[in-house]
Design a protein around this ligand. Sequence first.
Ligand code: IVH
Length: 701
Amino acid sequence: MKTQPPVDALTPLEAHAEHARLAEEITEHDRRYYQEDAPTVSDAEYDAVRRRYEALERAFPELVTAASLTRKVGAPPAEKFVKVRHAVPIFSLANVFSDEDVHEFVARVRRFLKLAHDAPLSFTAEPKIDGLSCSLRYQRGLLVSAATRGDGFEGEDVTANIRAVQEIPQRLHGAKHPDVLEARGEVYMTRKDFFALNERQAAASRAVFANPRNAAAGSLRQLDASVTASRPLRFFAYAWGEVSDMPAQSQHAMLAALARFGLPVNPLTKFCASAEEMLAHYRHIEEQRATLGYDIDGVVYKVDDIALQTRLGFVSRAPRWATAHKFPAERATTILRGIEIQVGRTGALTPVARLAPVTVGGVVVANATLHNEDEIARKDVRVGDTVVVQRAGDVIPQIVEVVAAKRPAGAKPYQFPQQCPICHSAALREIDEKTGEADVVRRCTGSLVCPAQAVERLKHFASRNAMDIEGLGDKQIEFFYAEGLIKTASDIFTLEEKDKTMSPRLAECKGYGETSVKNLFAAINARRRVPLNRFIYALGIRHVGETNARRLARHFGEFEALRATAREASPGSEARTRLEEIDGVGEVVIEALHDFFAEPHNEREIDALLRQVTLEPAPATAKSSPVAGKTVVFTGALERLTRDEAKAQADRFGAHVAGSVSQKTDLVVAGPGAGSKLAKARQLGVEIISEEEWFARTGQG
Ligand code: IVH
């Protein structure tokens, strides 16, 4: 394309004319490409035309009409990002830290797959980019949407912003790409661009970013995509989500395919045939770390064969077939100015170190965790001490040790409080009935009166992985609680009603205005329908994290069945046996569920909540799977699957695995030598299939 004047040098009339001309040109290119399969321009030329078209619209917003081509593929979100559900969830990675861990990772993969120690097994090793992950969806080769990772299941629609990233093609190169391709990878910023951006920010008296990752995240998550366009973001593709027709069968060949389609892939990705080769590549990457120009925080190893990846599957939220080998944590020394005790939603008293601010690995650290009372005693940490602070990735900074030689005279051993610093109830360490030992955590006993616990429970309720109420963050909750407007979770949903009769109205309060109040009420109302699993998790029942909440939601299907069973689940009861049958739910969880639902205060609050909120079934792991929602028992010797693998597969296809056959069993998968379980299944008339039939039914045949 010949040199053009910058868009902001054009008069509105010129812009209008060029916009109309480009629209025609793009439509014609699309027709040639999609209908005739005979493009007349290169992909790079096409991208350049499209970018010019978008730049015109950014400079002259009046050009954006319903007919605009940018509208056809998702308009920029107006007030906040629209949530999008990922067709395939985005998982995170487990971490390893030493050579030994890497050998153990490889050995674990072999055990799971029943491979001999000398059977060939290869991996890829590539840098772990320190940015934010993003999923790009291409349909018929055209970029149609882009989403951030979010909680892994649901992210934010950042399509308009991603279109502003130069390195990301609007249209896949070549013609041999799958109809649907979700490319996943990391959006990041180089160090050079980060420093330059910070200089521009500082010159304009705007906030500077702590590190390139924050700068990348802040630049991508801009409601005004023209801001993103002015920030130099980059991208490396390293994974994929939905793909209609896999172009390759191995990790390294998939990356090569993504590169052919025009997506940037990291040049330091290497195919490795052994743990030794993986470790050698780790050291090679570590040596280059300082001169790469962008931040990395480790090396990711992935089993190369995609068929094996599928067999290995996932545990919790991470693949069994991949792991991140992190670089050692970065350290610095500073002064411990004080120790503050925080009270969590379950009453746990957690000591937090207040430090003289120090830079550790490029980030200013002013707080660090001290874990618990025993940890402080073991390290003999005293206020005034010089301490070594360590920071590794996303982990909260920790105090590693005290520099004894620098202890000031008169520093006294730290006395951990025996009372809750907020409500002054006694703070006790529970004695474990089995071991007779005191729990490491000291807890405030005032759960129903302690304001700190109430506030923390509310924060948890509204948080991202729970009810996910946007605009109701920690600060807002503290404010509403202190003002007496929100004391319990159900109060959140009556706030709008309450506001109508309040004086002053919320919109007149400091820090609020008409728009923010309107947005807050809209965000609250948007969560009047929530998936059951989120609601269960949001209740903050002890030991019921996201995984258990999902299991319970899947098992019971609706809330009242869970509530009735848990309430009646005293030891030895029939209800308890029913809970014990849920795969993965152990005694500690059952006890916590029973305690929670048997408490009348909780009952009342749940009733109040259910008057406000409608629960929807939890999203199934695999909606279309014919075994989704079924209770399956595996018995006898399975030939192709280990037990762990069978369980993982069932989980992936949305089935529950039970240990014994009962009226509730839908399906028994029986291998040779099956005995009493098979007999019982026959007696109860439960459907019995072979291992081969299991593969066929789950579409793996
Ligand atoms: S693979 C199922 N490869 O690290 C496989 N992730 O700690 C999922 N990341 O959320 C990820 N570089 O944002 C993979 N080369 C790489 C990566 C990488 C950075 C990020 C990614 C992920 C996080 C997990």
